[in-house]
Each structure stands twice: as structure tokens, then as C-alpha cells.
Design a protein around this ligand. Structure first.
Ligand SMILES: [Zn+2]
Length: 255
């Protein structure tokens, strides 16, 4: 994927030195191809995540504790007593909510005694631990939430208005403001990466240290969390590709 981005960058800069018409054609086409490739990779990663979770949902954790029991144990082991473990509907809907101080575990995790459930439950507790120790990226991500909600609602409209203004006045200023708003979503998805990887590291470290999982079970948990993290990686790449796509549209309209 990084190679693709590099190819795109090389393609764009090479095209920039060529005529304006070629630049418009290549950059829009290139960014479209990049978006399609990322969408396909995203589909493959989702399918793989589902199959890995199905596999490790059938492997029972040796201690025989449920996801909810393990979550409470991990929280208490970290001296956290103000976070409640609750049940939430759905599949892979597990999340930590700092506003309500709850670790919300889904149907397939809350009362399951599987390796996959242990991995997910402890990953969510990893976020609670991040919150408790003041891990900087999770604080930054929380601060970005209202900004991203606001900017993502405005972005498309600002870009559309910007394109109309550019057609009338050939000034691209409003368009670039729109792209700046789109970029906030990309910043958010990039900040999400260390938050997610770190929560998984904390989960695996505790699962191993506490003796909850060993050998092939810890490997199963590691594989499950790795595929879950890859969905966030795809989301970040997709957000970057979206910016490139918008830039290419502006470049093509400016010609
Ligand atoms: Zn997470």
C-alpha cells in the first residue's frame, strides 16, 4: 500500500511537469485506482478478520473465564475500579466509552469463554488502562472527536461550493479549506492507529503475564487482534486516498 502511495506521488510529480491536461488525467485516474485498490484490500481484510474470529471463537480459553470476567480481572489488576463492564448488542461492536466509564462487550464476547473473546475483552480494557494512565494519543483522539464530527459534516459542502467559486473566479481557496476539513478525518484515523495497536499490546501483555492464555492460545489472540488492527490501517489509508482524490479533482477543474 505504501508502495502504491509512493507510485501515486511519483506519478503526480512527473505529471505536474508535463502538460496541464496530462496532469489532470493522470492524477484523477491514479487516485481513483488507489481508492479502488484500498476498497478491495479493505474487503479482504474484513473477510479475513471475520474468519479469524470465527476460528478462535471456537477455541476455548484454558481458564474457562468469560470475556466479562476477564475484563473485570484485567481492570482490577491495573487498579481500575471505576469502570463498569457491560453488555452491548451486535457483533464486533465492543468498545470502551470514556464518557460513561464502561467497557461494552458484544454478544459474542461478554459471556463467551473463547480465545477470541478474551482477546477482544482485554483489548477494550487496554483502552480503559490508556485512559487511566493518561496515554497521550487516546487523549488527543478524544479531543479530535467533536472537531472531526463538525468538519466531516461541512467538508463535502465546502468543496462543492469551492468548485463553483473556482469555476466563476478561478480561485481555489475555498476548495483548499474543504480539503483541510477532509484532512481532519485523516488525522483522526492516523491518531487512531497507535491507540489501537497499544491497546492490543496491553491486552496481550496482560493475558500472558496473568497466565490466562499460553502458547498457541496467546498466538490465536495475537492473530485476532492483528487482523482487527489492520481494519484501522485500511481506514487510515482510505482517508489519505480520499484527500488525494479531492486534490486531483481540484487540479483537473483548475485547468
Ligand atoms: Zn480498540
Amino acid at each position: 500500500m505504501i508502495e502504491l502511495l509512493q507510485t501515486y506521488a511519483t506519478e503526480s510529480s512527473a505529471a505536474a511537469s508535463a502538460s496541464d491536461g496530462i496532469f489532470a488525467g493522470v492524477s484523477t485516474g491514479g487516485s481513483m485506482v488507489l481508492m479502488i485498490v484500498i476498497a478491495i484490500v479493505g474487503y479482504v481484510v474484513q473477510a479475513r478478520l471475520q474468519s479469524v474470529f470465527t476460528k478462535y471463537s471456537k477455541v476455548l480459553s484454558p481458564g474457562g473465564m468469560t470475556g466479562a470476567e476477564l475484563a473485570e480481572r484485567m481492570l482490577h489488576d491495573h487498579g481500575i475500579y471505576n469502570v463498569k463492564v457491560t453488555h452491548v448488542k451486535g457483533h464486533l461492536t465492543d468498545h470502551f466509552n470514556p464518557a460513561t466509564m464502561t467497557v461494552n462487550l458484544s454478544d459474542s464476547v461478554y459471556s463467551s469463554r473463547s480465545v477470541a473473546a478474551a482477546a477482544v475483552a482485554c483489548h477494550e480494557c487496554g483502552h480503559a488502562v490508556q485512559h487511566a494512565v493518561g496515554y497521550a494519543p487516546i487523549k488527543l483522539r478524544s479531543q479530535l472527536v467533536p472537531i472531526v464530527n463538525f468538519s466531516s459534516q461541512l467538508a463535502t459542502w465546502v468543496i462543492l461550493i469551492g468548485i463553483a467559486i473556482m469555476a466563476a473566479t478561478s480561485s481555489a481557496v475555498v476548495c483548499w479549506i474543504g480539503i483541510g476539513l477532509v484532512a481532519m478525518s485523516a488525522v483522526f484515523s492516523i491518531v487512531t492507529l497507535p491507540v489501537e495497536y497499544n491497546a492490543s499490546d496491553r491486552a496481550l501483555e496482560w493475558l500472558q503475564r496473568s497466565g490466562t492464555l499460553q502458547g498457541s492460545e496467546i498466538e490465536g489472540a495475537r492473530v485476532s487482534l492483528r487482523w482487527a488492527a489492520r481494519t484501522y490501517l485500511v481506514a487510515a489509508l482510505s482517508a489519505i486516498a480520499t484527500i488525494l482524490y479531492y486534490i486531483s479533482i481540484i487540479n483537473s477543474r483548475r485547468d
